[in-house]
Design a protein around this ligand. Structure first.
Ligand code: ATP
Ligand code: MG
Length: 317
């Protein structure tokens, strides 16, 4: 793993596969804050690959800010509280990069401008709130085994990439660092966080998914599935955190390709890291997967970067 940057005013706390978290160097400066820096690192099969995807960190951050803003403003529903600190209101500049007010900008070191967010430090719920409107990925894998996803029984005869009769909440338990998240049933979620909180997480996740999927649809995109993370603030308010509706946390497909495609890969023409996953699946034998993954070819990196740029363009313009 690359060494995290030293950033003035911030102390490195933790690095995940994609993002680096920092806390204020001087904790007496105000409310508990975190700096979340998105890198260009790309992961697949739980490994960070090399090289990264140029511009990916900016893209993830720009998309998150765009969606947080849209959801907070309550377009198409009620305002959803998020973890961006209060003054962090977004407008998109000419170049598609978010303008951030000066008071927040001054907290974001220049080295990471455009790919960092200042957020409220929350007490995170240990559940990855996954919503699926379409069947693929680990949902498809479970369905082929026993006809269910996270314990939810689905109609028989569905194909990889099919639209589900209605969106479903398929939570995962957030594994400790380095371990794989585990798909769990709603009943198990109730055991972990209690019935009222489990219902709140499910309802809010489904509501946000449906709003975002409608927005994507107007732009010719299918939001096949996505993952949210929530935390609670000091007042106990459930707050949308982490990154939201990015191409790392979601699968976006081209709606026209999905309508006309005849094979799963044609139908699921995607704007996420599926290109990387597919290349790796074909070029890294399962028996080698305990070791170091192969280097991504320049062509795969460029095609992925291009898809990411296209997603941002289509969503935000
Ligand atoms: P990996 O993605 O490598 O499996 P990860 O999900 O822990 O691990 P990242 O996504 O790179 O790593 O790091 C983001 C971390 O920050 C997550 O653990 C997420 O739950 C946490 N987080 C996001 N928003 C907040 C917040 N407002 N307060 C506290 N923690 C947060
Ligand atoms: Mg994460």
């Amino acid at each position: 793993m690359t060494t995290p940057l030293e950033l003035t005013g911030w102390r490195h706390l933790y690095s995940g596969k994609v993002r680096d978290l920092y806390s204020p160097a001087d904790p007496s400066t105000g409310p508990e804050r975190l700096l979340v820096v998105a890198s260009d690192r790309v992961s697949a099969f739980d490994h960070v690959l090399s090289p990264g995807i140029p511009g990916k960190g900016v893209l993830l951050t720009t998309l998150s800010l765009w969606w947080f803003d849209m959801l907070a403003r309550g377009d198409g529903g009620r305002g959803i509280p998020n973890h961006l600190i209060a003054s962090h209101v977004l407008t998109l500049g000419q170049d598609g990069v978010p303008n951030t007010p000066d008071d927040v900008m001054s907290l974001i070191p220049a080295e990471v401008a455009g790919r960092a967010m200042v957020v409220q430090s929350l007490s995170m719920e240990p559940i990855e709130c996954v919503v699926r409107g379409y069947l693929t990925g680990s949902g498809w894998a479970e369905y082929t085994q026993n006809g269910t996803v996270c314990g939810i029984r689905l109609p028989s005869g569905l194909e990889n990439g099919d639209r589900l009769p209605e969106p479903i909440f398929t939570p995962a338990f957030k594994a400790p660092m380095g371990e794989h998240d585990e798909n769990i049933s709603f009943e198990r979620t109730v055991e972990i966080v209690g019935a009222p909180r489990a219902a709140e997480l499910r309802d809010l996740s489904l509501e946000i998914y449906e709003r975002a999927a409608r927005t994507a649809e107007h732009r010719g995109l299918i939001l096949a599935d996505t993952k949210f993370e929530f935390g609670t603030d000091d007042a106990g308010v459930l707050t949308l955190a982490d990154e939201v509706l990015t191409s790392d946390s979601s699968r976006y497909w081209d709606a026209a390709a999905w309508e006309s495609g005849s094979t799963p890969s044609e139908r699921m023409a995607s704007f996420d890291k599926q290109i990387v996953r597919d290349w790796l699946a074909a070029n890294w034998a399962p028996e080698d997967r305990a070791g170091t993954p192969p280097e991504l070819p320049a062509e795969i990196v460029e095609r992925t970067a291009e898809r990411y740029r296209e997603l941002l363009e289509r969503l935000t313009r």
